[in-house]
Design a protein around this ligand. Structure first.
Ligand SMILES: Nc1nc2c(ncn2[C@@H]2O[C@H](COP(=O)(O)OP(=O)(O)O)[C@@H](O)[C@H]2O)c(=O)[nH]1
Ligand SMILES: [Mg+2]
Length: 696
């Protein structure tokens, strides 16, 4: 079936882990006729949780995409992971979808991950709504959850459906927009009937509220509403489309996905009134960095954005494309702006979970897949090869930085390359995973969003590549610096057979402010060291600074002044001056009261209120300095400065303090001096490392 921008809707289902997202997604596919029999998450057979790692862990790890046809529309739904370890795959669906539906457990209210995602959506001004599920459970309490939502999100959501009964007596939902009731049927789709009398009053007031919300959509409708006290059904729909697209109202739906309840009204609302590409904007970044909103426009030439890259056992590399303007056609030529490369598109697919369906064309606003692309990677911008000026790109995904790192080595040396290649590929698939070789600490370091994330990736590689991998805590990149001025002289002299070596320098070193790095001042008068040997002097100093005199860490924040020297017309060379300078630097550094520096990070921790005290006392025991604390919407936020050395296993520590609910961001801030026992331990460890290195 040929779709157009008017008939596409993209919805991301997101929220705290275990709030029923995957179940809702599965049941929506069932309600939409895509699958005949919905499966339980525990069976490992759901459409969405289909990768080996998801089946093994019984949680969603990757974003899944499937579509349903409804009222002449194509509804694309994303199921997303709930754990903050896999937040990258949630963020990319927020980028690709025009609407996000947050699931809330009807028993517990909005949990921490949901509150964080809510904030992320607000920051993007992305329209969003709520689906309260689990209403079939005896512990569920819709009114309490509604109060919790009002309190945490500071909004009054507009009910699109209302529950009939609760717990064991939960019968189904009332669809306000279509004036219908949907009753639970055992092992079948909910059934439409008239609204029972006992719910007529509740329906009437919810209806009024919905019409009022529709009137908020635009001024003409508001006038009409104020004049007549109501709106015609067509006006209600039009008003809701506008109010939702402008993110002016938050719709709330109810149900029990596991009992197939609340699905049909949700599908109809998605098809009829939810925002879609037609009313959404994307953001382009011009060559000079300015950002501009652009409409999704079917009448322009093709442009699109790679939201995700995956590798499929059978089809190879899959590049997921959101088409922003024009159409993407099979067997066409595209231009990858980000790589400055033209490329031939072969086959095109859309996906139904893991199943790929071949298609000839993907229209504006839709999401499809290019297979086996040579150049495409996540965040790339594509244009039609016929487009002329192509300096603009689409705004990249704004992903969080990794917070948990481990150093990895293959147990068998011969597997090193294989491990490296697998990690590079994993970091292409998942941009919240970073893999790099740290030349300074001589370690291959894998960083991710948490222990679960990193372990999952490593387990996957171990199984797929059949290699054994060893992990350890990464070394901390300490630095060395000096605390006072000092000078030293060094003469490098060698007389062997023919040509000798001669170079003499006098240097003075002085501390620079933190972050001052390195400055070289040539203060030579009268050619005591000729110009052509100065590069040698600078190289020697650079070598001296690469390994400090305390524990062999790089030296920073030093000004080095070359004051005097001496040369020999025959024996002097660049090499002689390099060696003289390196030794002079080391001698001077020893006299300049050298000290070790450790990296200090800015840490922000997000936890439920009740854990604030425990988290703060743990941070104090980690030499942390608390900078501030806030509570917004039931989530405590603690900002602190903490030495990196204390945070190497923080994702594990925080998980145990907060029963897995806390999360944090961390970024390097500055270097600070250390002394006493802490410094001694660092020196001891560095010496042990050096001995080990020399033995190897
Ligand atoms: N009783 C009840 N159980 C549900 C409902 N929705 C999901 N569940 C169960 O809750 C568990 C977690 O659901 P899942 O869909 O994996 O949550 P997700 O982590 O948000 O994807 C599973 O055992 C589901 O069967 C519901 O509406 N009612
Ligand atoms: Mg799930």
């Amino acid at each position: 079936m040929g779709y157009t921008i008017d008939t596409i809707k993209n919805v991301s289902i997101a929220g705290h882990g275990g709030t029923g997202k995957t179940t809702l997604f599965e049941r929506l596919l069932f309600a939409g006729g895509v699958i005949l029999k919905p499966e339980l998450v525990e069976s490992g057979k759901t459409v969405s949780d289909s990768s080996p790692e998801e089946i093994e862990r019984k949680i969603s790890i990757h974003a899944a995409l499937a579509h349903i046809e409804r009222n002449g529309k194509k509804l694309n739904f994303f199921d997303t992971p709930g754990s903050s370890d896999f937040t990258g795959d949630v963020i990319l669906t927020f980028r690709a979808a025009e609407f996000a539906l947050l699931t809330v457990d009807g028993r517990s209210g909005a949990q921490i991950e949901t509150v964080k995602l809510w904030r992320n959506l607000e920051m993007r001004n992305k329209p969003h709504g709520i689906f309260v599920t689990y209403l079939d459970d005896d512990r569920a309490d819709f009114n309490r959850v509604l109060a919790d939502i009002k309190d945490k999100f500071k909004v009054t959501p507009v009910p699109f459906t209302l529950p009939m009964g609760a717990g064991a007596a939960f019968k189904g939902v009332i669809d306000i927009l279509n004036e219908k009731a949907y009753f639970i049927e055992r092992n079948a789709l909910e059934k439409e009937r008239a609204i029972p009398d006992e719910y007529k009053d509740a329906f009437a007031s919810a209806c009024e509220r919905l019409i009022e919300a529709a009137a908020e959509g635009d001024d003409v409708l508001m006038d009409r509403y104020l004049e007549n006290g109501t709106l015609e059904p067509d006006d209600v729909r039009r008003g809701l489309i506008e109010a939702l697209s402008a993110n002016k109202i938050v719709p709330i739906f109810v149900g029990a996905a596991l009992k197939n309840s609340g699905l049909v009204p949700l599908l109809n609302a998605t098809a009829d009134v939810f925002p879609g590409p037609k009313t959404a904007k994307d953001v382009v970044v011009e060559a000079d960095g300015t950002q501009k909103d652009v409409a999704l426009d079917p009448n322009k030439l093709l442009s699109g954005f790679v939201i995700k890259t995956t590798y499929d056992q059978f089809s190879g590399k899959l590049s997921w494309i959101k088409v922003i303007t024009g159409n993407l056609s099979a067997d066409s030529e595209i231009f990858n702006v980000s790589e400055n490369k033209k490329e031939r598109v072969g086959k095109l697919f859309i996906c139904q979970g893991r199943k790929l369906e071949e298609t000839r064309e993907i229209c504006t606003g839709d999401i499809g897949i290019i297979t086996k692309s040579a150049s495409l990677k996540t965040n790339d911008t594509i244009f039609s090869a016929a487009t002329g000026d192509t300096s603009t790109t689409f705004l990249h995904l704004r992903l969080p930085e990794p917070v948990h790192s481990v150093a990895v080595t293959a147990i068998a040396k011969k597997d090193d390359d294989k491990l490296g290649e697998a990690l590079i590929r994993a970091s292409e698939e998942d941009l919240t995973l970073k893999y790099s070789f740290n030349g300074e600490t001589k370690e291959s370091v894998v960083s991710g969003m948490g222990e679960l994330h990193v372990n999952m990736i490593l387990d996957k590689i171990k199984i797929a590549q059949k290699i054994d991998v060893e992990t350890h805590i990464p070394r901390v990149p300490y630095r060395e610096t000096i605390t006072k001025k000092a000078s030293a002289e060094y003469t490098h002299k060698k007389q062997t057979g023919g040509h000798g070596q001669y170079g003499k320098v006098l240097i003075e070193i002085a501390p620079l402010p933190r972050g001052g790095d390195y400055q070289f001042v040539n203060a030579i008068f009268g050619g005591a060291v000729p110009k052509n040997y100065i590069p040698g002097v600078e190289k020697g100093i650079a070598e001296g600074m690469a390994r400090g005199v305390i524990a062999g860490y790089p030296v920073v924040d030093v000004e080095v002044k070359l004051i005097d020297g001496k040369y020999h017309p025959v024996d002097s060379s660049e090499l002689s001056f390099k060696l003289a300078s390196r030794n002079a630097f080391r001698a001077a550094m020893k006299l300049a009261a050298p000290t070790l520096l450790e990296p200090i990070t800015n840490l922000t921790v997000f936890v439920e209120d009740k854990y604030l005290g425990d988290v703060m006392s743990d941070l104090s025991s980690k030499r942390g300095k608390i900078l501030g604390q806030d509570t917004v919407g039931g989530i405590g936020e603690i900002r602190a400065q903490v030495p990196q050395a204390e945070l190497l296993r923080y994702s594990i520590d925080l998980r145990s303090i907060t029963s897995g609910t806390g999360s944090f961001t961390v970024e390097f801030d500055h270097y600070a001096p250390i002394s006493g026992k802490i410094a001694e331990d660092v020196i001891k460890a560095a010496t042990a490392f050096k001995v080990q290195e020399e033995e190897e």
